[in-house]
Design a protein around this ligand. Structure first.
Ligand SMILES: *[C@@H]1O[C@H](CO)[C@@H](O)[C@H](O)[C@H]1NC(C)=O
Ligand SMILES: *[C@@H]1O[C@H](CO)[C@@H](O)[C@H](O)[C@H]1NC(C)=O
Ligand SMILES: CC(=O)N[C@H]1CO[C@H](CO)[C@@H](O)[C@@H]1O
Ligand SMILES: [Ca+2]
Ligand SMILES: [Ca+2]
Length: 576
């Protein structure tokens, strides 16, 4: 009887649990970007896939990830590795099937990891059914894309204006079937959807609804600033964009200032509309909040509007690229402090910050800032207030892999030439994830991988780093554990540059221990007085996380007024 009632009780509990929706679960969450081609290959074809991700979800649990966003997994001819979607409602066979995706969702739910999908609103593939119908002039789809018959100069047909695509060359490509040019901000195989057609907006909202009903918890929206172009004038024409005199290569994207093809005012309202879809589905489905993460490289005052404008909610997580875009090997503590403040001081009330240092388009942290700064930057990401966003492999300190012109596959680089490709290629940050020192780094049991492996994979891999106390991976895990402290979850932050070489910030919450992150950015030994920049510290502080530059160990004590830092040492200290 007793056993029965316990069983009944836990049954009732289990039934009751889903009703306890976790509002704001994302406010101090750890997000992790998976680049599916390179995470884990389950079937030996050398390309990562959904079953591979499912197999390795426990690893995300091990490192304390709350939610993971997957770069595109939809049907695609892979001209831009999935950022050219041919069917927004299906999984590409390279990655698996819809059943595989359902299994992934089910496993993620068991582990309490939320799945976020990449949403590419700006364009589809030219192999998308919508585009084929549009090109054929079918009434329903005729205006789904941006078409123009071009202009004739001296008897020669030319594109309607001078716009240049992100991936070089004209933004317009002639379509024989339709006898017109179509617009593409990226590759010719990525025709832009026409956001001035309300049917397009509705069609894209339907895509969001479909995946939310399947059980994803939101979207990371790709390339938002490119969605709208300026409206055509009354004759159906668009103005030329002005020259950027600093650049002389007329094929290069930066040759023009993109005042008519990026950051049009309608963009913000579209984000608000997408958020409304999230909130509608919150009401329809119940459970935890659905979230929007937006990718926009934009001026701060524009980005802050992405959060919402008082009457309308926007993206909960407009990616903060302040650090990613602005720090380099020479950056000093004053510059870091300023960049952190830029976001925190400009954020609308009630919103939370997010910190992003990498993605599949940007040089890896260890290559960009130096391998001896990897732990320090993970420390920033994980001890600053708000949301941390981690690109796969940064937690184990993967670095860029040099890839020859012959092995280069990134379209952005392949569109250029053997002299230019290294500046443009994104392949070096997309190489297979390093799981172990086994063949193919444990990524695949096939004979080859779609991009070459890093040559240092026997040293830099999950399996080995698990066994090294101060490996990047173990430091990451310690930092993650520390995030559960009340001061980390809800505390204030005070940021200070102590001279050009030392960046420090304090997280504090009344009634709880404070934590102080201190980073010696450069190669001098530094002695700092934390009492000179922070109030109410205990006279002694305890080391709670150290890196491999430290001569001190975890739980050692130091005086707050005379902290000694080794070159490149980064530590987290706690009040007593
Ligand atoms: C907020 O955005 C909505 C939708 O774009 C707009 O109608 C409204 O005027 C804006 N409110 C303010 C205060 O700017
Ligand atoms: C904005 O979001 C908050 C939190 O989810 C919600 O309480 C509020 O009602 C939303 N506001 C609008 C205008 O939808
Ligand atoms: C960081 C990121 O997601 N970049 C993508 C932006 O959009 C273009 C076109 O869809 C992709 O090529 C990039 O990878
Ligand atoms: Ca595979
Ligand atoms: Ca567009």
């Amino acid at each position: 009887m007793l056993i029965k009632s316990i069983a009944l009780c836990s049954l009732l509990l289990a039934l009751a649990l889903p009703a306890l929706a976790e509002v704001g679960w994302w406010r101090s969450a750890q997000f992790y970007q998976i680049y599916p081609r390179s995470f884990k290959d389950s079937d030996g074809d050398g390309i990562g896939d959904l079953n591979g991700i499912t197999q390795q979800l426990e690893y995300l649990k091990e490192i304390g990830i709350t939610a993971t966003w997957l770069s595109p997994i939809f049907t695609s001819p892979m001209a831009d590795f999935g950022y050219d979607v041919a069917d927004f409602y299906n999984i590409d066979p390279l990655f698996g099937t819809m059943q595989d995706f359902d299994k992934l969702l089910a496993r993620a739910k068991q582990l309490d990891i939320k799945i976020i999908l990449d949403f590419v609103p700006n364009h589809s593939s030219d192999e998308c059914d919508w585009f084929k119908r549009s090109a054929a002039g079918e009434p329903e789809y005729k205006d789904f894309y941006v078409w123009h018959t071009g202009k004739v100069v001296n008897g020669i047909r030319q594109p309607p204006n001078n716009w240049i695509s992100v991936f070089r060359g004209s933004m317009w490509t002639w379509h024989e079937g339709r006898q017109a040019y179509y617009l593409h901000q990226f590759l010719a195989k990525q025709p832009d959807l026409n956001y001035r057609n309300p049917k397009v907006i509705e069609a894209m909202k339907d895509v969001l609804r479909f995946w939310l009903r399947k059980g994803v918890y939101g979207f990371r929206i790709d390339a938002v600033p490119h969605v709208f172009e300026i409206a055509a004038d009354k004759n159906g024409n668009w103005p030329d964009e002005p020259r950027n005199e600093a650049v002389s290569d007329p094929e290069d994207y930066t040759y023009l200032n993109h005042i008519y093809t990026t950051h049009q005012p309608e963009t913000i309202d579209l984000v608000y509309q997408f958020r409304e879809v999230m909130e509608d589905l919150d009401r329809e489905l119940g459970g935890d909040d659905r979230v929007l993460l937006t990718e926009a490289y934009a001026p701060l005052n524009v980005l802050m509007q992405y959060y919402g404008n008082g009457t309308h909610n926007g993206s909960q997580i407009p990616f903060n690229f302040e650090l990613l875009g602005n720090v380099n090997r020479e950056s000093n503590a004053y510059q870091y402090a300023e960049l952190l403040h830029n976001w925190l001081d400009n954020m609308p009330a009630g919103q939370v910050a997010n910190w992003v240092l990498g993605n599949h388009d940007s040089s890896r942290i260890g290559s960009r800032l130096g391998a001896d700064r990897i732990d320090a930057t993970n420390m920033l990401l994980l001890t600053l207030p708000g949301i941390s966003v981690n690109y796969q492999g940064e937690e184990i300190g993967m670095t860029d892999v040099w890839i020859s012109w012959k092995d280069t596959v990134d379209p952005q680089a392949c569109q250029s030439n053997e002299q230019e490709f290294e500046r443009l290629t994104r392949d070096p940050v997309r190489t297979p994830f390093q799981w172990s020192d086994e063949a193919q780094a444990g990524f695949s049991n096939g004979a080859s991988t779609w991009l070459p492996l890093a040559s240092d994979y026997k040293l830099v891999n999950v399996k080995r780093e698990r066994g090294i106390p101060l490996s990047h991976l173990n430091i990451y895990k310690q930092l993650r554990a520390l995030r559960d402290e009340p001061s980390m979850q809800h505390g204030d932050v005070t940021i200070s540059a102590i001279g050009p070489n030392v960046l420090a910030f304090k997280r504090s919450l009344s009634g709880h221990n404070s934590f102080i992150t201190v980073w010696n950015i450069n190669d001098n030994v530094e002695a700092v007085n934390l009492d000179s920049v922070f109030t109410s510290l205990s006279s002694q502080l305890k080391y709670v996380v150290v890196n491999d530059k430290s001569v001190r160990r975890k739980n050692d004590l130091t005086y707050a007024n005379s902290l000694l830092l080794m070159p490149k040492e980064a530590v987290v200290l706690s009040t007593l």
